[in-house]
Write a protein that binds this ligand. Sequence first.
Ligand code: FES
Length: 550
Amino acid sequence: MNRLGIREIRLASGLVLLLFVLTHLTNHALGLVSIDAMERGLGWFKLIWRNPIATTLLYGAVLVHFLLGLYALYSRRTLRMPLRELAQITLGLVLPFLLVQHVAGTRITYALTGNEATYAGVIHNLWVTSPNAGLRQGLALLVVWLHGCLGVYFWLRHRPWFSQYSTLFYTVGLLVPLLALLGFAEAGKYLTAQGYEPPPRVEAALRGPIENALYLNLGGLIAATFAARLIRSYWIRSTQIEITYASGQVALVPQGFSVLEASRSANIPHVAVCGGRGRCSTCRVRVLKGLEDQPGPTPKERATLHRIKAADNVRLACQFRPVHALTVVPVLSAGRQRLLESQSRSARGREHVITVLFCDLRAFTALSERRLPFDIVFILNRYFDVVGHAVEETGGYVDKFIGDGALAIFGLEAAAQTAAKQAIAAAIRISEGVRDINRTYASELDRPLKLAMSLHTGPAIVGEMGYGPATHLTAVGDTINTASRLEGIAKDLDAELLISEEVTKAAKLTPTGLDLQSFSMRGRKAAIAAWIVRDTEGLARIFEDAAILA
Ligand code: FES
């Protein structure tokens, strides 16, 4: 079973458990209505979770999730990790101990004796008879929920749409445990006021040995996991390999470390914009010596290397785990200053849905051949002025000017819908600005300046990239390449602007009177649909919404 498969199974089992917890806590929240509502809710809860299929699924998920969690803990190369991850693992290890009494007193007792626990009985016990157990149960509720929420966060945080729905997630994450605790407290107060007396329970003698056995087994498994880590680290320390960098630095690491982990363990600066997930390719290294008999790329690494058309001796440092000594040179150089800068949020890079605007002057090379350099610089600066102002005033960021072309990014801060509208508004402004230049300098120009622009929306890796003073915030990924190719198509079609359908979908705008055509592109399996704008003069009317932004 590969690592990805294990991760997916752990996630699936975690989602089953989270669903169980969600229904259980919702049942607690019914205490805000009445104890009867809680008991009726319990009837539904049992109907869902006490049939043979759900019982098998639930017990299977508990076992699989716990054991795979321990396996993940064992597999980690290092226990150094971000605080959030440490919190999730610690909560996961503490949780079973907090739940032992509750599970033994309800589900296991029922399975062994057929004695059914009622809400009134359990809450009376936790609220009146043994409040310490009640506090422990309240803590368990918070721990299980937080552990689940962190799991969902780690799973979804890099999805392009996550930031759009994050407020909803946080609201649900806060309300569910809050309402559950309030329901529990309300029911406890009600039972106290009513002088409720629970029926005597006969299974106390049975529970003691069950709880002890559970504590012992859980503790034993966790201790065995840490012991296995110790044995493994002793073993790998005795099988270290040497990674030499072209700069002369050497990292001595245990077999199984990736080249990126080796760089980090030896404090050698190494760019890794996507954080080692094999997606951005910025960590890639050229292997100068020792590539023979090394393990080949995993499917994920192969796909990324194929996407960037890497040479045979190039590997992703974050994915490549060498088995014997080798010499490498990182393709993107990272100086000490960069490493310090990489502590900043933007330098770490993040995946973000952005709208990209490419714009270029058509046939400018021909024009520049017939003018004095001074004239060319003057006209280009007027044009750059137009582009810069249009982008910045509509909320975008000018990434770079190359020759007579420009690349601008929208959505670094704004939501995807706003970003798409801002980009359309910027294209309209650029077009108007260039028409102004043409009118103002009509006598100087042999023929009017003509634009070729493109807009495309999609996920991209955004972060600080470059070297030394040439480092700046930029974006990389398929979205940028697609936008660039759309601009080339706009030139071929003699159109002023191509707007991919992704942009209008993100902007929730439907243009009228424009042609939507599909274009196939080299290196892309699926064709891309784009609206063809021959002339942007009427565009502000077509996109009235976007024009308001402009
Ligand atoms: S860090 Fe992004 S691919 Fe390796």
